[in-house]
Design a protein around this ligand. Structure first.
Ligand SMILES: Cc1ncc(COP(=O)(O)O)c(C=O)c1O
Length: 404
């Protein structure tokens, strides 16, 4: 049932229902425009955005730095061919490797592709250096993407039977259980792959001692340690990369989401000694394409120049403190996360209703589970946005209580 009175929106929603393949339950709004911390729909209604395009809009919506870089690059060269180097590819790879502490970059368009690349590299390493080992240990409740291999790597219980048969070679162990990980290692294991904060899984963090243990296991057996920083990377947690919080470096690092600031872009980064692919092993039509490279370069430069990782740390602290204050009078528990990757729990089953009320009141928040609200706003967020957000959230809790 389409509820809006706006005939343009009504017409668009009817067309969407007819022609867009159903893959997700979407609310009856059509987003039209974005600027900074806000999105506007086709009714002209503004939304304060604490979803940030799923942790993508690192510089906010339609930032000038990204728009200008795309305009400049598109008037010079949009696409050459992955078979040739191009200037933006070389410049971006140089900047990205210098700030990440990694040696080499492979570029793709989505997080899942970057993770597929990491999985392939781990298997290549296993074949070349570990006597054909191919198994990868990943974590229960983790998330690595929606291709068949990355879904197989993902440890979501309700995906277990989906799209069977799964890609073989993934062993899932619980987060922060070092004994379980150690017990899962066999002669067939070539890598351990994990998120440092499980984002889709509800914002659950690795322990430092656990991570240190994983590093030791990998070193002991010559296995690759792969950090999926698709969600935690590029300033989101208050450091440029989440691994800097722990001082433990991976052999392979994947990034996506915030690096393109909204332009589809991801990368797999690794060390010189794992530069193992041969021609034909890995690639893609859009790998390292000039437009994406110019976008990534501009986003990263702006992130560094504005110290948005520092802003994420400061504003994340402020937001967590405001939520803790709100928890004094409303059913908010278990506030957690780092920087601007935060979550809290609400009474069982209330998350979807709360996020629907927030939407109605002009605030976007995400409910990754029935009792979890996740907050991943653009990294440009300021105190005044957080104050507005908390005010709307408070009103939403009051509406929820009144409706109960
Ligand atoms: C940690 C992590 N890895 C991988 C992915 C997949 O990225 P994409 O949807 O761009 O393929 C996501 C997306 O949410 C993610 O959070």
């Amino acid at each position: 049932m389409i509820q809006t009175e706006n005939t343009v929106t009504k017409d668009l929603l009817a067309k969407a229902e007819k022609s867009v393949l159903f893959t997700a339950r979407r609310p009856e709004v059509v987003m039209e425009r974005g600027e900074g911390m806000y999105l506007w729909d086709t009714d002209g209604k503004a939304y304060l955005d604490f979803v940030g395009g799923w942790a993508v809009a690192s510089l906010g919506h339609s930032p000038a730095a990204l728009r200008e870089a795309l305009a400049r690059q598109s008037s010079t060269l949009v696409h050459a061919s992955p078979g040739y180097y191009n200037k933006p590819m070389i410049e971006f790879a140089e900047l990205l490797t210098s700030v990440s502490g990694m040696d080499k970059a492979f570029f793709a368009s989505s997080g899942a592709e970057a993770n597929e690349s990491a999985i392939k590299l781990a298997r290549k390493h296993g074949a070349a250096n570990l006597n054909e080992a191919y198994k990868i240990i990943t974590l229960t409740n983790g998330f690595h993407g929606r291709t068949l291999a990355t879904m197989s790597a993902t440890g979501k219980a309700h995906w277990e039977k989906l799209f069977a048969p799964k890609v073989d070679g993934f062993v899932h162990v619980p987060l922060n259980d070092l004994d379980a990980c150690f017990a899962a290692v066999t002669n067939d294991t070539c890598a351990i792959m994990l998120e440092l904060i499980q984002g889709e899984g509800g914002v659950h963090e690795v322990d430092e001692a656990y991570l240190y243990g994983l590093r030791k296991i990998c070193d002991m057996y010559g296995m690759l340690l792969i950090f999926d920083e698709i969600q935690t990377g590029l300033g989101r947690t208050g450091k440029l990369f989440a691994y800097e919080h722990y001082g433990i470096k991976p052999d392979v690092l994947t990034i996506g989401k915030g690096i393109g600031g909204g332009f589809p872009l991801s990368a797999m980064l690794t060390m010189e000694k794992y530069d193992l692919f041969e021609p034909g092993d890995q690639g893609g039509t859009y790998s390292g394409a000039p437009l994406a490279m110019a976008a990534g370069h501009a986003v990263l430069q702006e992130l560094l120049m504005l110290d948005l990782a520092g802003n994420a740390m400061r504003q994340g602290g402020y937001l967590a403190a405001k939520l803790a204050e709100l928890a004094g009078s409303h059913p908010i528990t278990n506030i957690r996360g780092k920087g601007l990757l935060l979550a809290f729990d609400v009474p069982e089953g209330a998350a979807a209703a709360l996020s629907a009320i927030c939407l109605r009141e002009g605030l976007l928040v995400n409910a990754p589970g029935p009792s979890t609200i996740r907050l991943v706003p653009p990294l440009i967020v300021a105190q005044r946005h957080i104050d507005d957000m908390v005010r709307i959230l408070q009103g939403a809790f009051e509406q929820l209580k009144a409706a109960a």
